[in-house]
Design a protein. Structure first.
Length: 365
């Protein structure tokens, strides 16, 4: 790696980390000022607030604004280089504009990799921490928590090709329920098997469902068999997490778990599958935006204009807001309309990728 590559890469990464630390501190200070009353009412120590709340809040907000931080960092340090005529000097030395882009792409690769790994493992855990704390301390104090929300009634869903489960009531906190039945049909929709239980609960030792006061009915072509059992341990392909009707659940699952959850929901023919798919595709699409925004930022800021870095940053903020709005509209169309979740996640990248190509082609060489 040439010295100029090391110089640009070093500028890129140091500016980015300075930017993300600075804005994180500002965001945390603003958040503390807004939630001071909630923290005082909950009688929490400073350590509890940090270890239970901000350890989830900070990764969550940083991941959300990560591409914006990258974009602004590229614009800031590149415009400073352009203002000091360093860009002109680099290009005059025989280095092509395409070659000068290499250290930028190296930096984008490092940062996109960090963001991708974060979305796979770190951010879901952070969302869980943030969500649990908010429900326990903040929503309760503000009267926003529905205490009956943990109890779900009248569930009916598909668990296999020809098998269905029905539940009269289920408590997601205690993992207990009542009015359980399991039915299996043949390909002609003829009932083959029926199992009913007055109550049921999740057995943490065996990781199976414990059915109480069960009645099992097996139906044959010319006869049927009925049996009774006080308790049965059954290994169904759904777990307590699958029965939670939490709109934020998808944000709290690691990617591998989310993939399995999506497959189960698809098998059951569940509504709201688009929400899950958009979340899954976004975990790959958002890190790719780091490359696109890096190219746009570099190509824009390498132009020496009146107003210097201030003008470049203003353009960068405008483009960033446009990108965020574009992404949100795509998600809304996918979750509320008939827009493909895959397209919803990747359309902003496709549109801004074309913009990046145009700006790169028209940049001064």
């Amino acid at each position: 790696m040439k010295k100029i590559d090391q110089y640009i890469l070093g500028k890129f990464l140091t500016t980015f980390f300075f930017c993300i630390i600075l804005f994180t501190v500002i965001i945390v200070v603003v958040d503390i000022s807004e939630k001071t009353d909630d923290f005082v009412k909950a009688n929490l120590s400073a350590w509890q607030i940090f270890s239970q709340y901000y350890i989830g809040f900070i990764p969550r907000i940083d991941a959300m604004l990560f591409p914006l931080f990258v974009f602004l960092s590229v614009i800031y340090f590149t415009s400073k280089m352009a203002g000091r005529s360093e860009i002109i000097a680099i290009l005059s030395s025989g280095t092509s504009f395409r070659r000068m882009l290499v250290p930028y792409m190296a930096g984008a690769f490092i940062l996109a990799g960090i963001l991708w790994m974060g979305y796979q493992y770190v951010v879901p855990k952070a969302n869980m921490k943030y969500g649990d704390f908010s429900k326990t301390y903040i929503d309760v104090n503000r009267g926003m928590l529905n205490t009956n929300k943990s109890y779900i009634q009248n569930l009916y869903f598909k668990v296999d090709k020809n098998a269905y489960v029905g539940i009269r009531g289920y408590d997601t906190v205690t993992k207990t329920g009542n009015g359980f039945f399991y039915q299996k049909f043949d390909d002609s929709s003829k009932l083959l098997y029926n199992l009913r239980a007055s109550t049921f609960n999740w057995d943490t030792a065996s990781l199976k469902w414990r059915l109480s006061n069960a009645v099992e009915r097996k139906i044959f072509p010319i006869s049927e068999q009925v049996s009774h059992a006080r308790q049965l341990l059954m290994n169904y392909n759904f777990k307590p997490i699958d029965l939670r009707k939490d709109e934020y659940l998808k944000d709290q699952m690691p990617t591998r778990q989310l993939d399995a959850y999506i497959e189960n929901e698809r098998l059951r023919g569940s509504e709201g599958l688009n929400d899950l798919l958009v979340e899954r595709y976004n975990r790959d699409a958002i890190p790719v935006s780091v490359f696109i925004l890096t190219v746009i930022g570099m190509a824009l800021a390498s132009r020496k204009v009146r107003g210097g870095s201030g003008a470049h940053i203003a353009i960068g903020v405008l483009l960033s807001v446009t990108y965020i709005l574009f992404s949100r509209f795509s998600v809304v169309f996918a979750t509320k309309g008939s827009f493909s979740p895959l397209l919803a996640a990747w359309t902003p990248n496709l549109v801004f990728g074309l913009l990046a190509f145009y700006i790169y082609k028209t940049a001064p060489k």
